[in-house]
Design a protein around this ligand. Structure first.
Ligand code: HEM
Length: 433
C-alpha cells in the first residue's frame, strides 16, 4: 500500500500482539493508525464504516475466496458450473427472502417458546449448547419441513466438523492435505448427503417438492432449468449449519445482555406480553410489533458482531480510502471496530437499544451496521436470523428473569476464532412472575 502519508504500521506488537488479543489489537490499530491500517506487509485492515462498506461492495476488486468449509463433493460430471452456482444461489435467496420467512413465523415461534419454557430455573446453566440445539431444530425445520427430524442428527455433526476445522492450529496446511479435521469433515458431509439423497428422490418421484428451501432448490427455474441433484446436495450442508451456527453465537450475547440489563429485559417482556398465548399463532404482524426487542437484538449485534472480521483478497492494484493497495494483498474488514466508532455511534461502547428507535437520528450511513455484511456476499439469512433471534429474546424475557452467576469473574470467555462468542456462558433463570 502506498501514498505519501503511508498508513503507519502498528507501533508495536505486530502479529504477536494480534495473536494474543485480536479484539484489543483491532481497536488499537483503528485508534492509532486510522480507518485503514496495516497489520503486516500485505495484510490490511479496513476499520471504519466507509472503507468496510466499500471493500464489501466492490466484490470485483476485493473478491471473497470460495468457502473451503464444505467444498463440492467429487463427482463424475466435474466441478459445478457457474450456471449451477448462480441457480443454487437464486434458489437459496428465494427460500430465505423476507417474504418466505414472514410466511413461516408460526413455525419458528413454538421452538423459541419451548426453549424458554424448558430452561431449568434456579441453577446456573451453560446455555450455548441448548440454544444451539433449539436454533438447529428451527433452522433444519425451515429448510426441510417434515423431513427435518431425519436430518437433524447429521446437522449437529456438521457443526462439530466445522468447529474442529476452524480451530486455530500452529500449522496452516495446504488445502489438499487430508488432515484429521478435514477427513472428519468429509465423513460428516458424506453422511449428511447420504441422508438427504433419499429425501430428494422421494420428493422428486412423488411430485410433492415442498414449499421449504429444499423445495425451492428442486423446482426448475425458467432461466436455468433443473438443478442437477449433486448441486443441490453440495449447497445444503453449508446452508444447514448457517441456520444455527452464527445465530446461536448471537443468541448467547443477547441472553447475556438480558441478564446484565434488567430494565431492558423488563421492557422486552412488556412488549412480548402482547404475543399470542399459542406460539404457533404468531404472525409477521406480531413480530413487526416487537420494535424494542428488535432494537435490542440489533444493538447486541452492533456491540458483538459474531462475524467480526471478514476476509477478502485484493484482485488487482486499486485505490481504497486514498491509498493504493497492491494486487494479491489480503484485506480484512472489521465490523467490530466500525461499530464502535464514535463518529457513527455516539457513546459506542454503551448498550443503548434506543439508538435504533430514534428516528430523528438513525445511524443509517452505509457501513454503519455490518453485522450481516453487505454487497454481493451479504448475509442471505438476515430475515431468518432476525426472526429467530427476536422471538427467542421476546419469549425468554417474557417467561424468565436472567442473571449471571455471582462472583467477580465473568462466566464466559470471549472467543474470536470461530466467530465472536461468549464461550462457556453460564446463566441462571427464575420464572418471571
Ligand atoms: C445472527 C445471525 C447471522 C449473522 C450475524 C450472519 C452474518 C453473516 C455475514 C457477516 C456474512 C457475510 C460474510 C462475508 O461477507 O464474508 C454472511 C454471509 C452469509 N450468511 Fe449469514 N449470518 C447470520 C445468519 C445466517 C442464517 C440464519 C443463514 C441461513 C441460512 C445465513 C446464511 C448466509 C450465507 C449463505 C452467506 C454467504 C453469502 C455469500 O457468500 O454470498 N446466515 N452472514
Amino acid at each position: 500500500m502506498g501514498r505519501t502519508n503511508e498508513p503507519p504500521r502498528l507501533p508495536e506488537g505486530g502479529f504477536a500482539a494480534w495473536s494474543r488479543d485480536r479484539l484489543a489489537m483491532a481497536r488499537r490499530g483503528a485508534e492509532e493508525c486510522g480507518d485503514v491500517w496495516q497489520l503486516e506487509p500485505g495484510i490490511y485492515v479496513a476499520a471504519a464504516a466507509g472503507p468496510c462498506e466499500e471493500v464489501l461492495r466492490r466484490a470485483q476488486d476485493f473478491p471473497k475466496a470460495p468457502s473451503p468449509l464444505f467444498p463440492p463433493m467429487r463427482r463424475s460430471s466435474g466441478a459445478p458450473t457457474p450456471e449451477e452456482r448462480a441457480y443454487a444461489h437464486a434458489a437459496r435467496m428465494r427460500g430465505l427472502r423476507a417474504q418466505a420467512v414472514a410466511a413461516r413465523i408460526g413455525e419458528i415461534a413454538p421452538g423459541t417458546a419451548r426453549f424458554a419454557d424448558e430452561w431449568p430455573t434456579g441453577e446456573d446453566v451453560e446455555i450455548l449448547p441448548p440454544v444451539r440445539h433449539t436454533l438447529a431444530e428451527i433452522g433444519v425445520h425451515y429448510l426441510f419441513s417434515e423431513d427435518a427430524p431425519a436430518l437433524l442428527p447429521f446437522a449437529a455433526q456438521l457443526f462439530l466438523a466445522r468447529e474442529v476445522l476452524v480451530r486455530p492450529s500452529r500449522w496452516s496446511w495446504p488445502r489438499w492435505v487430508p488432515t484429521p479435521a478435514r477427513r472428519f469433515r468429509t465423513r460428516q458431509q458424506v453422511a449428511f448427503t447420504d441422508a438427504l439423497r433419499p429425501v430428494v428422490a422421494r420428493r422428486r418421484s412423488s411430485g410433492r417438492l415442498g414449499d421449504d428451501m429444499l423445495g425451492q432448490m428442486l423446482r426448475p427455474s425458467p432461466r436455468y432449468g433443473l438443478l442437477p441433484e449433486e448441486a443441490v446436495l453440495d449447497t445444503l450442508p453449508g446452508i444447514t449449519v448457517a441456520t444455527f451456527e452464527t445465530p446461536s453465537r448471537a443468541a448467547g450475547w443477547i441472553l447475556l445482555h438480558l441478564a446484565r440489563y434488567p430494565q431492558a429485559a423488563d421492557r422486552v417482556a412488556a412488549e412480548a406480553a402482547l404475543l399470542p398465548a399459542d406460539p404457533a399463532a404468531t404472525t409477521i404482524t406480531h413480530l413487526e410489533s416487537l420494535r424494542y426487542t428488535q432494537a435490542v437484538v440489533r444493538e447486541v449485534l452492533r456491540l458483538h458482531p459474531p462475524s467480526w472480521l471478514l476476509t477478502r483478497r485484493v484482485a488487482r492494484q486499486t485505490q481504497l480510502a486514498d491509498y493504493t493497495v497492491e494486487a494479491g494483498a489480503t484485506m480484512l474488514v472489521c465490523p467490530y471496530t466500525a461499530h464502535r466508532d464514535p463518529r457513527e455511534h455516539p457513546e459506542p461502547d454503551r448498550f443503548r437499544p434506543e439508538r435504533w428507535l430514534d428516528d430523528a437520528d438513525p445511524p443509517a450511513k452505509p457501513g454503519a451496521f455490518l453485522s450481516f455484511g453487505t454487497g454481493p456476499h451479504g448475509c442471505e439469512g438476515t430475515a431468518l436470523a432476525m426472526a429467530m433471534l427476536t422471538l427467542l429474546t421476546a419469549q425468554t424475557a417474557r417467561r424468565r428473569r436472567l442473571s449471571e452467576p455471582p462472583g467477580p469473574d465473568p462466566s464466559h470467555q470471549v472467543t474470536t476464532f470461530e466467530g465472536l462468542a461468549p464461550a462457556g456462558l453460564r446463566l441462571r433463570a427464575v420464572p418471571r412472575g
